[in-house]
Design a protein around this ligand. Structure first.
Ligand code: GLU
Ligand code: ZN
Length: 289
């Protein structure tokens, strides 16, 4: 059965971009008569809060985006992730890295694999990295077709477990999508660059590779990605009809005139009925609101 999901990081309330991702993945799942799961990716204690998670849940409810089953909180599954990391280490598919922050900074963006064969003994700072075979460096996106990433990016020995004990997003997302039986991942185009490295991890773990559909990013008039990092306007719960219609428009699904002020539930029902991947714009969308 088609199984999709929405996996927000609760570092703040939803903004237009994340609302579009929620609605896009919802319309896709429901138009496929599939399941739609909700997962709160709250592993990063510094950035995430319970309040933000609750606010996201409230907003989804207000828009009539009903998830199947119960909400998964990643922060409650740390032991499962650590178990997978232990297994990878036992199979020599992961290794300890003791490189200092300053060394990592000096080599620039991509890790050079220095600790692959032996980490420096006696070091305090230990993180765990994936021994990435780097076999996969492209994938077929449902909207964008074949996408290639550089071998350096797709084959990087990325971090699975940070030195402060935090489980990394790339590991957790891979485990959860497999465990929850996700067949298709619909998410923002900002995650295109990590998709091939995730596929390499999925393959090493012997998991099933899902299909991928990356939705256009929503940019402001000043060409900034709408995100919490640059203080994107949160989706206020005041005028859901307006915001829902705007989000649908960003996804290429312009509502008929008489539905523009209708309750979001009615707009979403129209969206499910009329959903087509062909309508979704390939390029990022610039919006002012
Ligand atoms: N938690 C990620 C985010 O909020 C999304 C992860 C994913 O969909 O794979 O950007
Ligand atoms: Zn290292």
């Amino acid at each position: 059965m088609y199984t999709g999901r929405f996996a927000p990081t609760p570092s703040g309330p939803l903004h237009l971009g994340s609302l579009c991702t929620a609605i896009g993945s919802y319309l896709r799942a429901r138009s496929m008569k599939g399941r739609w799961l909700l997962r709160i990716e709250d592993l990063d204690k510094q950035r995430c809060s319970r309040e933000a998670a609750d606010s996201i849940l409230r907003t989804l409810e207000l828009y009539g985006l009903e998830y199947d089953g119960s909400v998964i909180y990643q922060s409650r599954q740390i032991e499962q992730y650590k178990e997978v990391i232990r297994n990878l280490k036992n199979r020599d598919l992961a290794y300890e890295c003791t490189c200092s922050r300053s060394r990592l900074k000096s080599i620039g963006g991509i890790y050079d694999g220095r600790c692959r064969n032996k980490a420096e003994a006696g070091k305090q700072r230990i993180s765990v990295r994936f021994r990435n075979p780097g076999t996969v460096c492209c994938f077929d996106d449902i909207l964008k077709g074949r996408i290639e990433t550089s071998p350096a990016e797709s084959g990087e020995d990325f971090i699975l477990l940070r030195s402060d004990g935090t489980v990394a997003y790339n590991l957790a997302v891979t485990v959860d999508d497999e465990t929850e039986g996700v067949t298709e991942i619909v998410r923002g185009a900002d995650l295109i660059p990590v998709t091939t490295r995730q596929i390499n991890l999925i393959s090493s773990l012997g998991f099933r590779i899902p299909d991928y559909m990356h939705l256009p990013l929503i940019l402001s008039g000043h060409d900034l990605k709408y995100s919490k990092q640059n203080h994107a306007k949160p989706v206020s719960d005041e005028d859901p009809a307006y915001m829902c219609a705007l989000a649908m428009k960003c996804l290429g699904h312009m509502l008929p005139e008489d539905l523009n002020r209708a309750p979001p539930q009615e707009q979403i029902a129209w969206g499910i009925e009329n959903f087509s991947t062909g309508r979704i714009p390939g390029n990022n969308q610039t919006v002012q609101y």
